[in-house]
Ligand binder design. Structure first.
Ligand SMILES: *[C@@H]1O[C@H](CO)[C@@H](O)[C@H](O)[C@H]1NC(C)=O
Ligand SMILES: *[C@@H]1O[C@H](CO)[C@@H](O)[C@H](O)[C@H]1NC(C)=O
Ligand SMILES: *[C@@H]1O[C@H](CO)[C@@H](O)[C@H](O)[C@H]1NC(C)=O
Ligand SMILES: *[C@@H]1O[C@H](CO)[C@@H](O)[C@H](O)[C@H]1NC(C)=O
Length: 563
């Protein structure tokens, strides 16, 4: 189904809803009477919903490295940025800065002793390998930045760099993966007319490629730090690259790597890195099927790990660029005064359903022939509790021959429309295109969550498992007894399918939980092959270790685990 048609089909009933004060009769339920209608396979609302809920969080963007979202944002006045280098000079060209000093430290180094000095700001003295240079900067005004989601700072050829490279080079070229110097220069040139101060990317931690070290930032200090790991001459060859396949790492390097990973992990979960404030009203997504329809066919049969942007058509890429430029041109305007806090709104269903669905999955997983008697009613109670705010007093089946679930349609409709009905009625004409996209992602995602939960609850009611809606004796007498194990089996399939469809990264965790000396870790670029030999392209089992990252516990201090 085409997206605009879908949007229309959805928004009309939403609008009707508020206009009509009297509860609608079953026969005017419209799209809400068919609880068996599952979403179209090409539809991307759940992906937009999850990527938007994952922005600036390290964990989900380590799991799905190929970013699909570009969002303008600001870095507030007073934010510190760190830049490790081989001397104390302020860079005269665009350079990378880290938002946590732990992520700048690996790039901090000492110059060769005979190097000719540039402009020095610092006061330290060079003592060879025992020290290294760190510049600390502060934002003196709000910095305008552009954020690429995913592991957009990872120099790997499987798609993490697609969005940037398509934007500036029009092509994602595996030969140019490490050409980060040209990439940053070209991004800088591209964004100059819009006043972009920097580009936010993520690797072991979040970083900002700063265009001009004299614009909007001030040097706080240039210091020669005690380097407790052996320094390398330039940041071009950080230690892990030269020793990537060496089984025995220098322990101080392991420490330094672990501490960089730890800093990244501070931003693992919501709200993530909060020193970058995103403007959701100007978000651009490659999962927007109206903006980039050519990617729909490219994704058919692909797992989410493998979604790439490189197959986008020229026309669609031009449209994305046009949209981005329009978005950036309006960067200084504050004309969007709807005031909807989209990040917070999109978080609501995750708060409401993430742990409840996980509990449901657990209860279903552990239901056996022995405990089914009590378990089935426990599960039905979970379902009812989730739907309580939407379940009107007189909603119940007709108990006839009819096995359809249309009677539960009003519960589905309330559950799916309550949160955004007001926005549809009163703000829809003033929303930006980005906001419409977010609204659609919210609606479609909650619609499916509610559909599945209501359907499961309705099945439990019909099976006589619901404490508040007993089966009438007259109906019971004539009907065949329901096998509760069949109900549980149906619930299990529906729950597993919903969890797989939503695919929220909040559910990706170490099971069992890690001990106190450990931390839960997802393989993070560029540490895939430290302590191991990189497998060949054909070695699927080993390639899946990093192409489909799975969590595992690693030690927090010596002796370190293999990263
Ligand atoms: C430093 O000295 C070495 C050997 O004397 C020389 O090869 C190198 O070019 C010098 N580097 C600089 C930056 O002057
Ligand atoms: C936004 O404002 C900044 C600072 O006032 C300016 O440098 C930049 O050119 C402006 N950008 C646009 C797109 O007008
Ligand atoms: C999904 O998109 C592909 C490619 O455009 C198309 O062939 C297929 O029919 C679509 N599937 C559905 C269910 O619309
Ligand atoms: C339920 O079982 C599946 C398959 O064995 C497993 O992957 C999943 O983690 C289990 N879920 C819970 C919450 O125990």
């Amino acid at each position: 189904m085409h997206l605009s048609y879908l949007a229309l089909a959805i928004s009309l009933p939403y609008a009707m809803l508020l206009a009509d004060q009297i509860p609608l009769r079953t026969d005017s339920l419209g799209i809400w009477d068919d609880l068996s209608a599952s979403p179209d396979a090409n539809e991307t609302s759940r992906l937009i919903f999850d990527t938007v809920n994952s922005l600036l969080q390290h964990w989900p963007n380590t799991r799905y490295r190929n970013g699909h979202t570009i969002v303008p944002g600001t870095v507030p006045v007073g934010t510190l940025l760190y830049h490790g280098r081989a001397d104390s000079s302020l860079p005269a060209v665009p350079e990378w800065t880290a938002i946590d000093p732990e992520h700048a430290f690996p790039f901090c180094s000492a110059p060769p002793r005979n190097a000719s000095a540039g402009t020095h700001f610092g006061t330290g003295s060079i003592t060879g390998d025992a020290g290294c240079w760190q510049l600390t900067l502060v934002a003196t005004r709000a910095l305008h930045v552009l954020y690429f989601d995913g592991s957009s700072g990872a120099k790997i050829k499987d798609g993490a760099l697609d969005a940037q490279d398509l934007l500036v080079w029009g092509v994602s070229d595996p030969e140019r993966v490490s050409d980060d110097r040209a990439r940053i220069e070209d991004l800088y040139a591209w964004g100059k007319e819009f006043g972009v101060d920097g580009y936010v990317r993520m690797e072991m931690d979040f970083e900002i490629a700063l265009c001009d070290f004299t614009a909007g930032v001030k040097l706080v200090s240039a210091e020669f730090l005690a380097a407790w790991w052996s320094t390398t001459p330039t940041w071009h060859t950080p230690p892990w690259q030269t020793s990537a396949t060496t089984p025995d790492l220098d322990p101080t390097r392991q420490l330094q790597i672990f501490e960089t990973l730890r800093a990244g992990a501070w931003h693992n979960r919501y709200p993530g890195e909060t020193r970058i404030i995103l403007d959701m009203t100007r978000l651009v997504s490659f999962y927007d099927n109206a903006l980039a329809p050519s990617l729909v066919a490219a994704r058919v049969g692909q797992e989410r790990w493998d979604h790439r942007l490189q197959d986008i058509s020229h026309t669609d890429l031009a449209a994305v660029r046009t949209r981005l430029k329009a978005v950036l041109k309006s960067m200084n305007k504050s004309d969007v005064a709807n005031g909807v806090d989209w990040r917070t709104l999109l978080r609501v269903p995750v708060d409401h359903y993430a742990d409840r669905l996980e509990m449901l999955e657990y209860l279903l997983n552990t239901t056996t022939l022995e405990n089914i008697g009590t378990r089935a009613t426990t599960i039905q109670t979970r379902l009812r509790v989730m739907l309580t705010p939407y379940t009107l007093y007189d909603v119940r089946p007709a108990w006839g021959e009819d096995t359809e679930d249309a009677w539960a349609g009003p519960v589905w409709r309330s559950c799916a429309t309550r949160h955004t009905a007001h926005i549809h009625m009163h703000a829809s004409t003033t929303l930006t295109m980005s906001e419409r996209l977010l609204l659609g992602a919210f609606d479609q995602t909650t619609r499916e969550i509610c559909r599945v939960i209501v359907r499961m609850w309705a099945a439990g009611v019909r099976a006589g498992l619901d404490g508040l809606i007993p089966v009438p004796a007259a109906h019971l007498a004539g009907a065949l007894p329901v096998d509760p194990m069949r109900v549980v089996q149906g619930w299990r399939e529906e729950t597993n399918a919903l969890i797989a469809w939503l695919d929220w990264s909040v559910w990706v965790k170490c099971r069992p939980a890690c001990g106190f000396e450990e931390t839960c870790y997802l393989p993070t670029c560029p540490y895939f092959w430290i302590g191991m030999v990189q497998p060949s392209e054909e070695d699927d089992n080993n390639n899946n270790l990093w192409k489909r990252p799975q969590p595992r516990c690693i030690r927090q201090f010596e002796p370190y685990s293999v990263f």
